[in-house]
Design a protein around this ligand. Structure first.
Ligand code: SF4
Ligand code: SF4
Length: 315
């Protein structure tokens, strides 16, 4: 029997980050503005979620979400509205910042995931010490997964990863190795990456009916909302902007127009069914094709940056 889909929102409250990862596909280059969500967008977001059922999972992310000047106020407001909260950090802040968050959200902090970007960490040993304090101090009910993007692996990085694995075993924490993604495509797995990334084939999603947009969505700092991370590149998959009246969730499942699902979260949260709908897939693809020239003109700088990034990483 199919598992019930879980409802979730990822709210990217800032495009700013303390790091500059070369492979960043989380937020950079996706919108023209490289700045924080405005008061208006945060207000619209809180207005939107206050009418939702409390089983929606709210993730506040970035960039690095803590950089937003109203980060603490926002997470407290989400908690006061009765939601459990998920957070993600690259662990680049002083441990006092994290202890402040633990105290403020306490048992309502459902998940606090850590992304460790080895190329960006200045002092690895200090970061491991901080990671250990983080794991000791976090609320007992908070789940933490350590995510490590697998990028240009060498001897030094292998040793660093071994240390993190040892620490994760001590605290019974899962380590998740991430395959780098450019736009919607995963980077080819190299020989020395295979031991981290089991050669699982990408999930075929084309024409499968998916709940993304009905009970899951991502909202960017400028208020633009999309069904899922893959669909953020296609205007026809937009759910509108939460600051305007054109913002709406989908009323029913839609077929996926992508060959593969590049978003890990919809899979984990059971958004995708095995049912297929070829007729509506073709209709959506025609609409996407009509919107393509508009998208290319509107986002030509973003596309240029992405192309340069892709060429740099693959030469
Ligand atoms: S830490 Fe995350 S958001 Fe920041 S640059 Fe790296 S991948 Fe991008
Ligand atoms: S199957 Fe994946 S890529 Fe396709 S619409 Fe659903 S979440 Fe997006």
């Amino acid at each position: 029997m199919e598992n019930k889909p879980k409802k979730f929102i990822d709210f990217i409250i800032t495009q700013k980050c303390t790091y500059k990862c070369k492979y960043c596909s989380q937020s950079k280059f996706q919108t023209k503005q490289n700045h924080h969500a405005s008061n208006k967008t945060i207000h619209s977001f809180l207005n939107f979620i206050k009418n939702l059922e409390k089983d929606w999972e709210i993730t506040i992310t970035g960039g690095e979400a803590i950089l937003h000047p109203d980060f603490f106020k926002l997470i407290e407001n989400v908690k006061n509205l009765g939601f459990k909260l998920n957070l993600i950090t690259n662990l680049s802040f002083d441990i006092n910042i994290y202890t402040k968050i633990f105290k403020l959200i306490d048992t309502e902090l459902n998940r606090y995931d850590i992304s460790l970007h080895l190329d960006e960490i200045k002092n690895f040993n200090q970061t491991v010490e901080k990671l250990e304090i983080f794991l000791k101090l976090k609320p007992k009910t908070t789940t933490t997964v350590i995510h490590i993007p697998i990028y240009k692996i060498n001897k030094n990085k292998e040793e660093q990863i071994d240390k993190i694995i040892k620490l994760s075993q001590k605290y019974n924490i899962k380590v998740d190795f991430q395959q780098i993604r450019y736009l919607n495509r995963h980077k080819k797995i190299l020989q020395n990456e295979k031991k981290y990334l089991n050669n699982k084939p990408p999930f075929k999603s084309f024409s499968k009916l998916c709940y993304a947009g009905c009970n899951s969505l991502i909202i960017y700092e400028n208020g633009d909302a999309y069904k899922c991370y893959s669909s953020r590149f296609l205007k026809s998959n937009s759910l509108g902007n939460i600051n305007s009246k054109n913002f709406n969730l989908l009323k029913r499942m839609k077929p996926c127009t992508f060959k593969f699902c590049s978003c890990p979260k919809p899979l984990i949260y059971n958004q995708i069914t095995e049912q297929k709908d070829y007729i509506n897939t073709i209709k959506s693809m025609v609409i996407n094709t009509i919107f393509l020239p508009y998208y290319v003109i509107k986002n030509k700088n973003i596309l240029k940056n992405k192309l340069l990034q892709y060429i740099t990483q693959n030469r």
